[in-house]
Ligand binder design. Sequence first.
Ligand code: ADP
Ligand code: MG
Length: 333
Amino acid sequence: MGNAKRPDEFELIARFFAPLAEGESGALGLQDDAALLRPEEGKRLIVTTDTLSAGVHFPAEEAPGDIAAKLLGVNLSDLAAMGARPWVYTLSLSLPEDWQPSFLEEFARELGRQQEAYGLHLVGGDTVAGKGPLTLTLTVIGTVDEGGELRRGGAQAGDHVYLSGTLGDGALGLRVMQGEIDGLAGKHAEELLARYRRPRPRVQLGLRLAGLASAAIDVSDGLVADLGHLAKASAHDAIIEAGRVPFSDAARAAFALNPDLMKVALTGGDDYELLFTAPSTAADDIEGLSKELDLALTRIGQMGADGEDAGDVRVIGDDGREMTFAGAGYRHF
Ligand code: ADP
Ligand code: MG
């Protein structure tokens, strides 16, 4: 293993990160103490942050580009769930003792690709090296028109519940990575793995849901848990029909091998799809939006009546009986 000479902190910032700040004058070239930003007139800021740690959120040997895509993707998914347009972000790096320049080079290259795809720029951060595992914190700032933000708490009695894309591919991808799904065709295994490694934050969808959706959340902890957050914030129960939930061919192939994986898909995390509610009067507009974005927007259930206000989530199986789940949703502690 060739150990390339490692740049010091300032060389490192100039070489890998300053290029990612070009295009946003408020970054001040990453050469001042902090960024100086001016949001557009009349806009509100949406701010969110997420930390990923090697060994907890991704395997230590994960490719640098995949780590970059996941780090930005999970944050952009939160912006999407608020209906925000990505604008700028900061990046805090805690590097392991044996870090290599080639890691940062590939990591920064992927950040550059993602910036271009989603229209945002790096404006600051912090860089330390320590004895711990690689740990990355990214904070992203987006903008919304005043009053145009999507919140978790706006769902009304009888609103339809929608899900974008397909459910469970992320959680099943993690099971593939851990070698827990035997006999899956290579193509399907690859598709599930890719969904786990590279979230596809639904930024365009989030932007278009203003005025259509009554409430929204992104599916990061699992459908049942995240719908529970939306239902509690909205003070209405939610009812899901399992038979309506959209699954990919790869997920269905996994269920055929092991029917128990259906529960993994319904409760597992890492999908980064949008879950949202809308009044029945919005159904045609949502169908049109789905065609326009070439993205499935599937009605999977509805909010309960007024009075059903515990914020409970009920999932009705194909046999008409309510399904039960043990410990739905990932919790760190
Ligand atoms: P301080 O010692 O005052 O915290 P730093 O040397 O950490 O200052 O940072 C100097 C400048 O470089 C700041 O503008 C900071 O935002 C930027 N910066 C530091 N690390 C990163 C990074 N990983 N990504 C982007 N910008 C960074
Ligand atoms: Mg610093």
